[in-house]
Ligand binder design. Structure first.
Ligand SMILES: C[S@@+](CC[C@H](N)C(=O)[O-])C[C@H]1O[C@@H](n2cnc3c(N)ncnc32)[C@H](O)[C@@H]1O
Length: 311
């Protein structure tokens, strides 16, 4: 059974992943050319989420699923087509526009966006899928009682590592005991020390994931971690712009990153997954520092521009 792990070519090209890749072909092989699956981490993330939920018997009639930051990913339509009742959510359209998600076609603001590849019969889709605007930093309390939750490539965009960790804790409240959350994100392969801890895209270190796992276990939830980054030629390639067709690891700033999927099974029925207040205070401090640094940098650029003009 799949456990929390890093993106690896071996898994991406495995029979169990290729089966799902074929089923969602209309979402990535737009001309239906029959081309082999892309050696791309986004592909791995989608297929991982689908397979991890399938292995836990989540993808069948009677199951209820909740997706966060779904954008235009194919999971909503696939899961509805397999009989699940789905609540698909994404952030407020204006905020998404400002963050650039609308321009790059990675945001969903209506139901129609979510079955664009025809993975579900339209009448079944209309019957089984609801869409809501939800900020992952403030999950509404009425979103509860789900069998499963998922998100692909979203919880690294919440403003800081701490906010991403808090999202993982908070979304456990949405699950029934015995339910499962599968969420993919950015993982720092090159350092367990230096990283991008605040801003539009953060990169989780092994210690951030370990800390989160310990906290989840202390609340009665379970997860197993596998940090093997793979060893094939594609696993060892670090892609930089202009990007190639081998895109499992990339350079973000000075950090080599890949995708990580977390699979967390809910144990306790309580709502005690709150972030420790010391972590929250530290997060405010880090984000305040970043805001000051941004203002100072802008001020310096303005002064440089004005003094250039004066010459
Ligand atoms: C990289 S896109 C991924 C979209 C989709 N899950 C996929 O795999 O193609 C990031 C998504 O996260 C959403 N997002 C970013 N910040 C969010 C927030 N605070 N609350 C909810 N969604 C957010 C964006 O609107 C976008 O849909």
């Amino acid at each position: 059974m799949l456990v929390s792990s890093l993106c690896r070519e071996e898994e991406l090209k495995s029979e169990r992943f290729l089966y799902w890749a074929d089923l969602i072909r209309s979402a990535w092989d737009f001309d239906n050319s029959g081309q082999p699956v892309y050696t791309h981490r986004k592909m791995w993330e989608w297929l991982f989420i689908i397979e991890a939920l399938h292995e836990r018997d989540m993808l069948r009639p009677g199951r209820r699923g909740l997706g966060f930051g779904v954008g235009q990913d194919p999971m909503t339509a696939l899961f509805a087509g397999l009989g699940c009742e789905i609540t698909a959510t994404d952030m407020d359209p204006d905020a998404a526009d400002q963050a650039g998600w609308v321009e790059t076609g990675q945001h969903a603001s209506t139901l129609e966006h979510l079955n664009g590849h025809g993975l579900c019969e339209p009448d079944e889709f209309a019957e089984r899928v609801d869409f809501r605007t939800v900020d992952m930093n403030h999950i509404p309390a009425d979103l509860d009682g789900y069998d499963f939750t998922w998100s692909a490539c979203a919880f690294e965009h919440l403003g800081s590592i701490t906010r991403g960790q808090e999202f993982i804790f908070e979304q456990m409240r949405c699950l029934k005991p015995g339910g499962v959350g599968v969420h993919t994100t950015e993982f720092n392969v090159s350092s367990n020390r230096r990283t991008i801890a605040t801003g539009g895209t953060v990169v989780f270190r092994r210690r951030d994931i370990d800390w989160m796992a310990d906290h989840l276990r202390s609340r009665g939830h379970s997860l197993t971690l596998d940090y093997d980054p793979g060893s094939s030629e594609a696993d060892n390639h670090v892609d930089t712009p202009p990007f190639s067709n081998t895109h499992l690891k990339i350079l973000i700033g000075e950090h080599v990153a890949t995708s990580m999927a977390l699979v967390v099974e809910k144990g306790s029925p309580d709502g005690t997954d709150l972030m420790p207040s010391t972590m929250r205070a530290r997060d405010y401090w880090l984000r305040a520092q970043q805001a000051v640094m941004t203002v100072v940098a802008r001020g310096r650029r303005l002064v440089a521009r004005l003094s250039g003009r004066g010459r």
